[in-house]
Design a binder for this molecule. Structure first.
Ligand code: SF4
Length: 235
């Protein structure tokens, strides 16, 4: 497996432990898709992690060991955010191995994933929760599997919508009308999109969707010391 980066941080987005919870970010390398590239001409905010060859090649047990070290150095963090890229793009055997090692070290794990890879092979792991992106039109992605994945998700899993414009909003509106899932749905706006959070909230309220969708924010970006560094990259 290739590890792009590992560091202590706090949860900035919706997850079952709450925003602000201290966490070790374990960012694996590689993502099978390129959100926003075809539609907006930009890459997402983790372009450094999109190539599977980026970072350092390590065994899953070595990654878990390193996570434990970073967690202890930070005072005993108990939560892992396994992110990427898309961490589920690695072979199932290796993801199994990584999750087993992290859980053996008594971490809980939130897995942030793209929505194009089925997480159900990993439901057997305790204390492991999935935050699934449901890519809307502006992301320009084909092969989104969320229609079939959503009904399998559990009550502490999350479906995340990122709304760039009113076309995205309309698509999300249509999706949630018939959505059958136990997971919680959250929606946030794209950084520099054409809708702001107040407009999104007011429209959800007007459409009587606040019983179905909660708001999501990227609070970590507000706390980031150099905001320019985390802007989507033009290439
Ligand atoms: S799924 Fe995530 S990591 Fe992959 S391109 Fe999209 S935003 Fe970036």
């Amino acid at each position: 497996m290739n590890l792009n980066s590992i560091y202590a941080a706090f949860q900035g987005e919706a997850n079952p432990f709450g925003i602000g919870e201290p966490v070790i970010f374990v960012r694996l390398a590689g993502c099978p898709i390129r959100c926003y590239w075809k539609t907006l001409g930009v890459l997402c905010d983790t372009p450094e992690a999109l190539s599977k060859k980026s970072g350092e090649t390590l065994k899953p047990a070595e990654i878990a060991h390193r996570a434990h070290q970073v967690a202890e150095e930070a005072g005993g963090i108990k939560l892992i955010c396994l992110s990427g890229g898309d961490p589920l793009w690695w072979p199932e055997l290796e993801v199994n191995d990584l999750l087993s090692n992290l859980l053996w070290k008594r971490f809980s794990v939130c897995v942030e994933t793209s929505g194009v890879i089925d997480p159900s092979p990993y439901y057997r792991f305790n204390n492991t929760y999935f935050i699934m992106d449901w890519k809307l039109k502006s992301a320009g992605i084909k092969g989104n599997k969320m229609e079939s994945i959503a009904p399998t998700l559990r009550e502490n899993d999350y479906i995340k919508f990122v709304v760039y414009d009113w076309d995205d909003y309309q698509e999300m509106f249509n999706i949630v009308q018939d959505l059958k899932t136990s997971a919680k749905s959250v929606a946030g706006v794209y950084w520099n999109g054409t809708i702001d959070s107040f407009e999104l909230f007011n429209q959800l309220k007007k459409d009587k969707l606040l019983g179905k969708i909660a708001m999501n924010f990227q609070v970590h970006k507000l706390a980031y010391p150099d905001y320019e560094l985390i802007q989507p990259k033009m290439i």
